[in-house]
Write a protein that binds this ligand. Structure first.
Ligand SMILES: [Zn+2]
Length: 485
């Protein structure tokens, strides 16, 4: 597989450090608020990566941390007159609720920062002993950025550039404005732990260096996160780990692109963010996940409800085809005609295309293009009166069905029962448009009675009423079915 490596700025052949095994670490959330769509994107991107690597027979050990001690958590605890522990526990639980609904697999290892204070203190102490860090009289510990020569290699920033914007804040006892905190001395009302420098708490960057090495060993195969983590977080992680260990931290650095709203980067600080929960109030979780895999993971992704509507149409098209395929395949009489060779070849090309797209830096956008190609091919077979009842047509439809089931495991979408999904989708759309399913069902029952009594004027009136509500009615041998127009 070709994978883009942020540190070399190029696609490289992905080869694990140990054949057959992949050690992967992704920076998780700081648990002080509900997750937004940026978190959803990162979670889906790395979930698909893990699923794809596993589908290729690799044994993946995947670690994703929770930051449960941090300035933002402390501030939130003060606002809510609560404790850091209670705040982080609340939002970690909310994270699991959201991620379960998004069909994100649990990571194999889910360390919390507060469980690794001892390892972090040892790492900071080692960095002081080797001259890469220093403690101040008030008990803070800073990393001496200029002592680590390759600093800036991940983000491509140089020290002069960084120096220009750096200032030492009042009260800080830094040798150099570029230095960053490994340990912060205790302030009143904050959670603290004992250390050789007095009571305090770890700086944010330190936890990932301590936990990833302890859990997975060095070097990692893949270290990932959102693009916003490249600087300073991942740059500082590299400085800490490589200064202390004297070897490379991670072979691959993988970063997913931003989510944009109105072509502007979405961020907490800009205030233009939307939570995963907000979106689940609008569409089905599977629609959001499908939307997130429609883009290549490194591209910026434009979020809007219109974009969700488009994704909804796309996933509905696939599920409708799957439902129709189930109907056709339930048939019993099959003519012994083989399928035209060109159709089989077309399907083979689409199958190969899907794999090639995934092998090319996990290009889910292109992979989905091939999946839609299969859906169109299935459609052509099912529209053909001869083919749909032939052994050859059946064989191709069965192959497509098996393909989609395999892709569903990798992409984490399309593994619901088609009939159930389509009804859930219809009801979700109805809710959004203020259409009450019970009212529609009552009108359909009245229409059925009117027709049974041959009162066609009444039956037409009801049909018009439903149309005015935005409801489409289709009469089938099994009775009337409805959908939202
Ligand atoms: Zn991290």
């Amino acid at each position: 597989m070709q994978l883009y490596n942020t540190i070399t700025r190029s696609k490289e052949l992905f080869v694990p450090v140990t054949a057959g095994r992949v050690n992967m670490y992704v920076c998780g959330i700081t648990a002080y608020d509900y997750c937004h769509i940026g978190h959803a994107r990162s979670a889906v991107v790395f979930d698909v990566m893990v699923r794809y690597l596993r589908s290729q027979g690799l044994e993946v050990r995947f670690a994703r941390n929770f930051t449960d001690v941090d300035d933002k958590i402390i501030k939130r605890a003060q606002q809510e007159q609560s404790t850091s522990e209670a705040v982080s526990e609340k939002y970690i639980n909310a994270f699991y609720e959201d991620m379960d609904r998004l069909n994100i697999l649990r990571a194999d290892l889910e360390p919390k920062a507060t469980e690794y204070i001892g390892e972090m203190v040892r790492l900071a102490k080692h960095l002081i002993d080797t001259g890469y860090a220093y403690a101040t009289p008030s008990g803070d510990v800073y990393f001496r950025v200029r002592a680590f020569k390759p600093y800036g290699k991940l983000s491509g920033r140089n020290l002069e550039e960084l120096q220009a914007g750096a200032r030492v804040a009042p009260g800080e006892e830094k040798e150099d404005p570029l230095d960053f905190a490994l340990w912060k001395s205790a302030k009143p009302g904050e959670p603290t732990w004992d250390s050789p420098w007095g009571p305090g708490r770890p700086g944010w960057h330190l936890e990932c260096s301590a936990m990833s090495e302890d859990l997975l060993g060095l070097p990692l195969d893949i270290h990932g996160g959102g693009q916003d983590l490249i600087f300073p977080h991942h740059e500082n992680e590299i400085a800490q780990t490589e200064a202390a260990a004297g070897k490379e931290f991670s072979n691959f650095w993988v970063h997913n692109g931003f989510v944009q709203i109105d072509s502007e980067k979405m961020s907490k600080s800009l205030g233009n963010f939307v939570t995963i929960r907000d979106i689940f109030g609008y569409c089905l979780p599977e629609v959001l996940r499908f939307f997130l895999v429609t883009a290549h993971y490194r591209s910026p992704l434009d979020y809007s409800t219109e974009a969700l509507d488009e994704a909804e149409k796309g996933i509905k098209r696939i599920y409708s085809a799957l439902a129709q395929m189930e109907e056709v395949l339930a048939g019993t009489k099959w003519a012994a005609t083989p399928a035209p060779k060109e159709l089989e070849d077309e399907l083979s090309l689409l199958e190969a295309g899907f794999v090639q797209a995934m092998e090319d830096d996990l290009n889910t956008a292109a992979a989905l293009g091939h999946l839609f190609g299969m859906v169109r091919l299935a459609g052509r077979i099912m529209e053909d009166k001869t083919l749909r009842k032939s052994q050859g047509g059946k064989a191709i439809l069965e192959r497509i069905k098996a393909d989609v089931a395999g892709y569903a495991k990798i992409l984490g979408v399309l593994d619901s029962n088609p009939a159930t999904f389509l009804i859930d989708l219809r009801d979700s759309k109805a809710r959004r448009k203020g259409i009450e399913a019970a009212a529609v069902e009552a009108l359909l029952a009245a229409r059925k009675d009117a027709r049974a009594n041959k009162d066609f004027a009444a039956s037409d009136r009801i049909r018009d009423e439903l149309a005015a509500m935005g409801v489409d009615v289709k009469d089938t041998p099994a009775g009337a079915v409805w959908d939202v127009a």
